[in-house]
Design a protein around this ligand. Structure first.
Ligand SMILES: NC(=O)c1ccc[n+]([C@@H]2O[C@H](COP(=O)([O-])OP(=O)(O)OC[C@H]3O[C@@H](n4cnc5c(N)ncnc54)[C@H](O)[C@@H]3O)[C@@H](O)[C@H]2O)c1
Length: 391
């Protein structure tokens, strides 16, 4: 086998990112055979745009196609676990967007119940992929972002102790309708945005443990807080809104403090109330070195224009409110964020029968940390995580 055949589920924002990430692999390691969306028109338009031969509106029909080897999940988060389990049972390898899963039930239940249900969903995916011996690529692009890869090399070289990591993903709110409600998104800014820096921080501590003692250093306890800042009275009174404010029952501000089993700490901020473009940032404080990771914004290119219209329709960077003034356009934003690199790794993992760098364990632990932070925010207490046995 030297080529992998893929069926993609979802035909909007994340699907678009994935198709762009597959671009250089297509015709060589990758063949995109089909796209599925519950909206036929959207699936057909997507298929036409990316020259995909088959269109489905029911993912189960896609699972029946023998020649499709991988199901790539770019659907709303509430559907990840069900489709992933069905795909595994059909013997398909899986690529799954972040976060793996969560709690999506109706009605008011405690955060304790939410955490238990979310972990049940995550464990069910893990069980199904192990039982059916299929690969699971957790599409946490931060893991593959070039600055993170370089920091891992530097950690390996300097062998310092990672004492403190501070990480953030923030912007001014998602475009996607599913993100407004817990029942489709499983949470707010912590779930949607925080999953990225949490995934990166967990990955770096796992990596540190693996290079030093052959065992990942895992998260041990979590303290969290959340806020609904666009519900503040003074914000609501303002006539012009520069950020998304149509959140139904999900937070738009969050903080999580993670303590690892070696005593080190990480602090994560993720908010939907941050103007000025996407912030994807990490600082890694080691005993003998410091690394400052600026995925976005970064200053590899800085431009200035006195008026927003001067650069016309040329893309600058995600979610800036204006193109005027000083700007930080990433020359290759997808590459800087690790999207093509993650797809390359997933394809190689399948072709060479090895585990991907970002897999089910990272996906599971990210869900655990997120929901522990939600539980902590509700109870005001530090949440101890259940100790895992390494396989
Ligand atoms: N890695 C990243 O940077 C990144 C960026 C954006 C979104 N995401 C993740 O990707 C996922 C999708 O986000 P999005 O912004 O593309 O959402 P979206 O709402 O824009 O698109 C969701 C897609 O799923 C399809 N869909 C919904 N129900 C379906 C069903 N039952 N069967 C088949 N298709 C169905 C919709 O038709 C649509 O095409 C989310 O989990 C999100 O967290 C990741």
């Amino acid at each position: 086998m030297n080529q992998v055949s893929i069926g993609i589920v979802g035909s909007r924002f994340a699907a678009d990112l994935h198709l762009r990430a597959f671009e250089k692999l297509r015709g060589q390691k990758v063949e995109i055979l089909a796209v599925c969306s519950k909206n036929r028109e959207s699936a057909e338009a997507f298929a036409k745009r990316f020259q995909i031969p088959r269109v489905y509106t029911d993912y189960r029909q896609m699972l029946d196609q023998k020649e499709i080897e991988v199901i790539d999940l770019c659907v709303t988060t509430n559907l990840h676990h069900t489709i992933a389990i069905d795909a595994a049972e059909a013997g398909k390898h899986i690529i799954c967007e972040k976060p793996l899963t969560g709690y999506f039930g109706e009605g008011k239940v405690s955060r304790q119940t939410m955490m238990e249900e979310a972990l049940k969903n995550a464990a069910a995916v893990s069980k199904a992929i192990r039982k059916n011996k299929v690969k699971f690529g957790y599409a946490e692009n931060f893991v593959y972002a070039p600055p993170i890869t370089k920091v891992k090399n530097l950690m390996n070289a300097c062998r310092g102790t990672v004492l403190d990591i501070r990480a953030e993903e923030s912007h001014s709110g998602s475009h996607a309708v599913y993100s407004r409600e817990w029942k489709t998104s499983g949470g707010g800014s912590l779930m949607r945005l925080g999953s990225h820096p949490i995934g990166a921080v967990l990955h770096l501590k796992h990596y540190e443990g693996l290079i030093k003692s052959g065992k990942p250093i895992r998260a041990q306890s979590v303290i969290g807080d959340v806020g609904h800042l666009t519900k503040m009275e003074s914000f609501q009174k303002e006539p012009k809104k520069w950020m998304v404010d149509s959140w139904i029952d999900v937070e738009d501000w969050s903080a999580a403090l993670i303590t690892f089993e070696d005593g080190s700490k990480a602090s994560i901020l993720s908010t939907d109330v941050s103007l000025g473009g996407v912030k994807n940032l990490l600082s890694v404080y080691m005993s003998n070195a410091v690394a400052q990771i600026n995925i976005n914004p970064n200053n590899s290119l800085v431009v200035y224009s006195p008026e927003g219209s001067i650069f016309g329709s040329e893309y600058i960077t995600e979610k800036v409110e204006t193109k005027a003034g000083w700007q930080f356009p990433s020359p290759d934003e997808d590459w800087m964020r690790g999207y093509p690199q993650e797809m390359e790794d997933f394809m190689e993992a399948i072709l060479k029968d090895r585990n991907p760098i970002s897999g089910i364990d990272l996906a599971y632990e990210t869900v655990e940390v997120i929901y522990a932070a939600y539980l902590s925010a509700e109870t005001g207490k530090r949440i101890e995580l259940v100790k895992k046995q390494d396989e």
